[in-house]
Ligand binder design. Structure first.
Ligand SMILES: NC(=O)c1ccc[n+]([C@@H]2O[C@H](COP(=O)([O-])OP(=O)(O)OC[C@H]3O[C@@H](n4cnc5c(N)ncnc54)[C@H](OP(=O)(O)O)[C@@H]3O)[C@@H](O)[C@H]2O)c1
Length: 325
């Protein structure tokens, strides 16, 4: 049984807690918040065994087998270093850190201490995404020529909310742009070139709407991420012999396969048993029980590669975070 301890009793910790209930050999053991009353309410809501009023107090509990970090991006780096100090394996929400330098440092320490660490990029574990990869490998849509992927929604969040707040690692890229970049990476690998545009938040300066045109040897990808506009939020994979459309690709349960005349040939359907987080949690449980130090599906090299891409984009946009190395 893997006993999970959660850092941060916020929005995504709810989703994670629901999913753990659907995973064999995983237990909701402890939750830690900066506020003990909040931790206790969260504990009762999800039937955790323990509630802690500080993150460090939970790390002192030797029964915690793996820590799930569910706080804003700007806090992940320091929190992971603290977890490693206490010899805790880690599942950390995306974006893993603010930049690649921070991620490499975390992985170096984890390697020296022989501890498991994984970025919680749940999209990589979804069965429908795995099935789409197999269909493409089988040549059903021919060679990939173009990807068109959007992830965007209009939000009225306050400037201090984590999504607009630079000191918490705000901005559309690290929050949602990471998903289309990840899918493009899964399908086409690293791009050879990138052209990009950005619109910044008028007061906080973080990126709120960006386009990225990625070029590969024989293909291209058009990606848009936005906090100021509702976008189609699907992924279109256009091949030489057909097209695949994945609605809500980052949390997908379905995909549609079309031939080159736009006739629907097949619908893939993989309904989530809970909410889709269960697949990455199952993978963590498997890795820990089998003494893996990293996941073959979400290896450290991929976390670093995605952060390198995002570092380059932010460099082009002249966007830095106050607390990045
Ligand atoms: N995989 C997905 O689909 C998905 C979806 C949404 C978010 N996420 C990721 O999950 C992480 C958390 O996102 P969220 O939407 O859950 O965030 P959130 O609700 O804004 O914050 C999560 C928790 O972080 C803790 N926290 C610690 N210091 C904080 C500070 N200075 N300001 C604000 N909160 C602080 C708080 O917990 P306490 O008050 O209990 O200490 C807060 O409840 C991010 O990395 C995000 O990218 C993933």
């Amino acid at each position: 049984m893997i006993r999970f301890g959660v850092i941060g009793a916020g929005r995504i910790a709810q989703t994670f807690s629901d999913a753990v209930k659907g995973v064999n050999d995983a237990e909701l053991y402890a939750v830690a918040s900066r506020d003990l009353e909040k931790a206790q309410a969260f504990k009762s809501q999800h039937q955790y065994k323990h509630a802690y009023g500080s993150y460090e107090a939970m790390l002192e509990d030797s029964n915690v087998d793996c820590v799930y970090i569910a706080t804003p991006h700007g806090l992940h780096y320091e929190q992971m270093l603290k977890c490693l100090e206490y010899n805790k394996p880690i599942l950390c929400e995306k974006a893993f850190t603010l930049n690649a330098t921070q991620a490499k440092h975390v992985f170096d320490i984890a390697r020296k201490k022989n501890l498991f660490v994984m970025e919680a990029m749940w999209t990589r574990f979804l069965p429908v995404i795995q099935a789409v990869k197999e269909i493409i490998a089988d040549g059903v849509i021919g060679e990939i020529k173009h990807l068109d992927i959007t992830f965007g929604f209009h939000t009225e969040a306050e400037d201090r909310d984590r999504i607009f707040n630079p000191s918490l690692g705000g901005g559309a890229l690290l929050d949602i742009g990471i998903y289309p970049l990840t899918l493009a990476d899964m399908l086409l690998g690293s791009p050879e070139g990138v052209e990009t545009t950005v619109k910044k938040h008028p007061r906080t300066g973080v990126d709120i709407h960006e386009t990225m045109t990625l070029s590969y040897k024989n293909a291209s990808a058009q990606i848009t991420a936005a906090f100021d506009e509702n976008l189609p939020n699907d992924a279109k994979i256009i091949g030489s012999k057909g097209t695949i459309v994945i609605p809500f690709f980052w949390q997908a349960e379905e995909a549609y396969i079309y031939d080159d005349k736009q006739n629907l040939c097949e619908k893939l359907s993989f309904p989530h048993p809970v909410n889709g987080f269960e697949y990455e949690i199952e993978a963590v449980v498997y890795c820990l029980k089998n003494n893996f130090k990293e996941s073959p599906i979400m290896p450290h090299t991929k976390t670093i590669a995605m952060l390198n891409q995002m570092d380059a984009l932010r460099k082009a946009w002249l966007i830095n975070y106050p607390n990045e190395l």
